[in-house]
Write a protein that binds this ligand. Structure first.
Ligand code: GLN
Length: 276
């Protein structure tokens, strides 16, 4: 690409460059270009395509070609229609996890108190707070993640209804002082230690948010036995699962006395368990 390439030409070249790295090369190139131009992708597509490509775009493309996630380069990620700040210290919110928010709003829109265990960016908790009048608590074992969640509560304007606590659920008594909630959300780490992950994920996202022992079940085995004590009488808990984990996690949940209902993601794979 030459210095005189237009925005459109530079995007086309970058999409080709990124084809080996990303299944969404064209989209990635457009998002990086919008970032380099300091504009929104939609505005760029309408107006800027014949302008000269900005300085700095090439450097962003090279970062992406080296497998850095687009969300890390941009510093934010869209989730359930809102933009969330993201850093390398937090899991990048996934479209698949929107199923949990949908189920929560469907089943427990009237929840007064919401708990999000392992909140990360706060995407699950803050989406529910933004859609309702609920108050909520997000916990995480990572101070860096909690700082991001705080920032996101401010960005979404729900900071007066959100509290965040540093909490490590591998420690005895972790659930004792949290109180009771009408809705409990949780996207725990659930990836098998030996799983072959995309280099974007393995090299750039926090392993503490991903890996959960040889079967990916370690965190469910810790959380499920304590879950009932965190739930008010008519409460609902919604847990994200790996798409092959529904039999194993359902069995653990039934063993703890829960009724289990399954939710699927957009690709039609099992993605969440609703527990009552
Ligand atoms: N869905 C994520 C992935 O496949 C895993 C998220 C998690 O472990 N909670 O990368």
């Amino acid at each position: 690409m030459t210095d005189t390439a237009s925005v459109a030409e530079a995007i086309r070249a970058a999409a080709g460059r990124l084809a080996a790295t990303s299944e969404t090369a064209r989209l990635d190139a457009e998002l990086l270009m919008a970032h380099a131009l300091g504009t929104e992708r939609s505005a760029m597509l309408l107006r800027a395509m014949r302008d000269p490509a900005p300085q700095g775009f090439e450097a962003l493309v090279e970062r992406r070609a080296a497998h850095e996630p687009v969300a890390h380069i941009l510093g934010h990620q869209e989730f359930f229609g809102r933009s969330f700040k993201v850093t390398p210290g937090t899991l990048i919110p996934r479209g698949d996890s929107e199923v949990l928010v949908e189920a929560a709003l469907e089943r427990k829109r009237d929840a007064a108190r919401v708990l999000d265990l392992g909140t990360g960016t706060g995407a699950l908790l803050l989406s529910v707070l933004a859609e309702t009048q609920a108050r909520g608590v997000g916990t995480d074992s990572s101070p860096a993640a909690l700082a991001v969640a705080h920032d996101n509560a401010d960005l979404l304007g729900v900071e007066d209804r959100a509290r965040f606590h540093l909490l490590d659920w591998t420690r005895d008594g972790w659930a004792d002082d949290l109180g009771q909630f009408d809705l409990v959300l949780c996207n725990p780490p659930y990836v098998e230690e030996e799983a072959v992950l995309d280099p974007d994920v393995r090299a750039h996202e926090p392993h503490g948010a991903l890996f959960a022992g040889p079967e990916g079940l370690d965190d469910y085995r810790i959380i499920l036995p304590q879950l009932r004590s965190l739930m008010s009488e008519r409460a609902v808990a919604i847990l994200e699962i790996g798409h092959e984990q529904s039999p194993a996690v359902s069995e653990i949940a039934r063993g703890e006395g829960f009724a289990v209902e399954l939710r699927h993601d957009l690709a039609g794979r099992p993605r969440a368990l609703i527990l009552t």
